[in-house]
Ligand binder design. Structure first.
Ligand code: FES
Ligand SMILES: [Fe+2]
Length: 354
């Protein structure tokens, strides 16, 4: 794994303990990606040095039996924890905070799947897009129609078959709440009584988007690469077990065989927008308008939280009290599909039952 510019290896030892250590073996720098998981730790494939999950070197098979060399060798190690089918790592200063128990990660009796993509741009571009409601009208509306019409998709009257008219935004609003920012909108024909204004869509600071029953994690691998996880929670199909033995992981492709972005689905359209801004978008060259107020607010919040962290404080979403970290419920606006899922999870009925 590449995380925050560091090359690391995640492993599980023979006792089921997870470890996250420097990719390179401290002996002669061979990659521990090719290490051998053993009962006590991860053994380097080159000369057999072994490291436990805390980064201690616990064996050097080729050194003399009475050597104490291994006691003086450590490798970098970070704490990791599993939750909801994901492995989370903490790369910050001590003391290690609690892993946030977001509702979708800890919900029981649901199914999950995870779509992953490595995106060749800075993570902030993904987040700024999530604070920009107006783009949905164009990128996921007008442009989507155009993409489909170029494929010749028409109805019997010769009209474009695909209609993705997403109502014009009459009003957008943004509020900082204890876990991030909620974005709100009123579209043409709607009012402030709509769920899209009353509940809105939250982003969880700093790098998660919540839409309905999904979380999108934007993990900074380094300055110019983001590991994107589309984490989906689903009601179990009828007759199926309420829990899964394994959570399926699949790859969401970024480009086709010709290297062109795939833009006939919503996430593909967003990914195209993020990546084509460049590896790190040049903000100095932007011309921000009134409709960019969410982007501006996010940048301001990030600066504020960075200052708190620099001063030694806890920025937003650092949890230390187990009592407030059992099930962090986030109010969201549901679309039609998500509303059916919500009903189904609440009533135990399949979302597709009449
Ligand atoms: S390089 Fe890892 S044991 Fe020698
Ligand atoms: Fe989008």
């Amino acid at each position: 794994m590449k995380l925050l510019g560091e090359s690391l290896v995640v492993f599980r030892d023979g006792q089921g303990r997870l470890g996250l250590i420097d990719e390179r073996c401290p002996h002669r720098r061979v990659s521990l990606r090719y290490g051998i998981p053993e009962v006590e730790g991860l053994r380097c494939c080159y000369h057999g040095w072994m490291f436990d999950t805390t980064g201690r070197c616990i064996e050097m098979p080729a050194e003399p039996e009475d050597s104490t060399f291994k006691d003086r060798v450590r490798t970098k190690a970070y704490p990791v924890e599993e939750l909801g089918g994901l492995v989370f790592a903490y790369l910050g200063p001590p003391p290690v905070p609690l892993l946030p128990r977001w509702d979708l990660l800890v919900m029981e009796n649901v199914w999950r799947d995870i779509g992953v993509t490595t995106i060749p741009c800075n993570w902030m571009q993904c987040m700024e897009n999530s604070l920009d409601p107006v783009h949905t009208e164009w990128l996921h509306g007008r442009y989507y129609e155009y993409v489909m019409s170029r494929r010749g998709m028409k109805n019997e009257s010769g009209e474009r078959m695909v209609r993705r008219v997403i109502g014009h935004h009459l009003k957008i609003g943004f509020d900082v709440f204890p876990h991030g920012i909620i974005k709100r909108r009123v579209r043409a024909g709607g009012s402030e009584n709509d769920a899209s204004w009353r509940f809105g869509h939250p982003i969880l600071f700093p790098n998660i988007l919540r839409v309905g029953w999904t979380l999108q994690f934007r993990v900074p691998m380094d300055d110019t690469h983001t590991w994107h996880l589309m984490y989906q929670v689903l009601p179990p199909p009828p007759e199926a077990k309420p829990t899964q033995d394994r959570i399926p992981v699949y790859e969401i492709p970024l480009t086709d065989q010709l290297g062109q972005h795939i833009t006939d689905f919503v996430l593909g359209q967003d990914m195209m927008a993020w990546v084509t801004q460049g590896p790190i978008a040049d903000r100095d060259l932007e011309k921000l308008g009134d409709s960019d107020q969410g982007v501006i607010l996010f940048r301001r919040l990030l600066r504020e939280q960075l200052a708190i962290a620099e001063a030694g404080g806890d920025p937003m979403n650092v949890f230390r009290d187990p009592a407030t970290n059992t099930f962090i419920e986030i109010p969201v606006e549901y679309g039609l599909i998500e509303a059916a899922r919500a009903r189904s999870l609440a009533t135990g009925q399949a979302p597709w039952s009449p």
